[in-house]
Design a protein around this ligand. Structure first.
Ligand SMILES: Cc1cc2nc3c(=O)[nH]c(=O)nc-3n(C[C@H](O)[C@H](O)[C@H](O)COP(=O)(O)OP(=O)(O)OC[C@H]3O[C@@H](n4cnc5c(N)ncnc54)[C@H](O)[C@@H]3O)c2cc1C
Length: 270
């Protein structure tokens, strides 16, 4: 069985700036990282490999420099790393992104049966959490979102039991394979690559699939296949902070001042 981890390269959000003229991200000179949720998706796929001996493929759609992200996945122990990169994939919204990713997974499925696809809960740049469910819908896979634990996997019966982390409660769900999971941070603690693994992965090649391989209709991918447009992007204005009273010299007085201030702004109800 093949387990597929979908991983996206994202700008390090602590460094992100927005161009006030073009309303786009300033990408020059910004370090890129693996989307943090996807590091957990990859780790979960590798744990299934460790436990069951499955093969793992990491897939990413992005520009050529996203190869670095997939090299990291190879260093961690994935068996195959595929970069979906082509100018015609550029400018994709979540609909078009999930179309390209699901087609790639379908191609992998033709080589070896895909049982489980694992995505992060969401990205830290787009933040939509739509791509995982989009892939599952297109492939007709069961989708289990917000997974914080795989409780049981029976590859012979083709069934999986997971725990989902919901608002204020957990839910245990059993479902048939093939399945797409989206995972939250609590699911695991990602491993680090060892030095020998890093060195070994230097020689391992990332496969690059363009649209020549996928043969998707160009009207359904990239900018042309994206009904969503970001019309404006901006950082919210922050009000300047204020220090109320002198908490070190007169904590009780400062607390009174603070409560008065909060009451006057209707931010505190007594
Ligand atoms: C600054 C900015 C500008 C944008 N401009 C536009 C625009 O003009 N028009 C437009 O239509 N859209 C635009 N987008 C949206 C962009 O195309 C989305 O980021 C993209 O479709 C993926 O959605 P997401 O990041 O919300 O992923 P999510 O749905 O939050 O991701 C969930 C999971 O899906 C998987 N995944 C998502 N993307 C990939 C990928 N590329 N490769 C592998 N796995 C993946 C990962 O496992 C991830 O954890 C913009 C986004 C940003 C941040």
């Amino acid at each position: 069985m093949l387990v597929v981890a979908c991983i996206k390269q994202v700008p390090d959000t602590t460094q992100v700036q927005i161009d006030p003229v073009t309303n786009t991200l300033v990408r020059e000179g910004i370090p890129f990282i693996v989307n943090p949720y996807d590091a957990h998706a990859l780790e979960e796929a590798l744990r299934l490999k460790d436990q069951f001996g499955f093969r793992v493929a990491a897939v990413s759609m992005g520009p050529p420099n996203a190869e670095a992200t997939l090299k990291k996945a190879l260093a961690l122990g994935v068996d195959e790393a595929i970069l979906l990169s082509d100018r015609v994939f550029g400018g994709a919204d979540t609909l078009a992104t999930s179309r390209v990713l699901s087609e790639a997974i379908e191609r992998l499925n033709q080589q070896e049966q895909v049982g489980i696809v694992i995505c992060g809960k969401q990205t830290i740049d787009g933040d939509t959490a739509q791509v995982g469910p989009g892939i599952a819908t297109r492939l007709g896979y069961t989708q289990l979102t917000l997974v914080d634990r795989i409780d049981k996997l029976d590859p012979f019966q083709g069934r999986i039991t997971v725990r989902r982390k919901l608002e204020g409660r957990h839910e245990t769900v059993e479902a048939p394979l093939p399945v797409l999971l989206t995972v939250v941070r609590e699911v695991n603690l990602p491993r680090y690559p060892t030095v020998p693994m890093r060195l070994e992965s230097e020689a391992a090649a990332v496969q690059v699939w363009t649209n020549q391989e996928l043969q998707l209709d160009q009207n359904g991918i990239g900018l042309k296949g994206s009904p969503t447009w970001v019309s404006r992007i901006f950082s919210p204005q922050r009000e300047k902070g204020e220090i109320v009273g002198d908490g070190a010299a007169d904590p009780a007085g400062a607390a009174h001042l603070l409560v008065d201030r909060l009451l006057s702004r209707d931010l505190l109800v007594v």
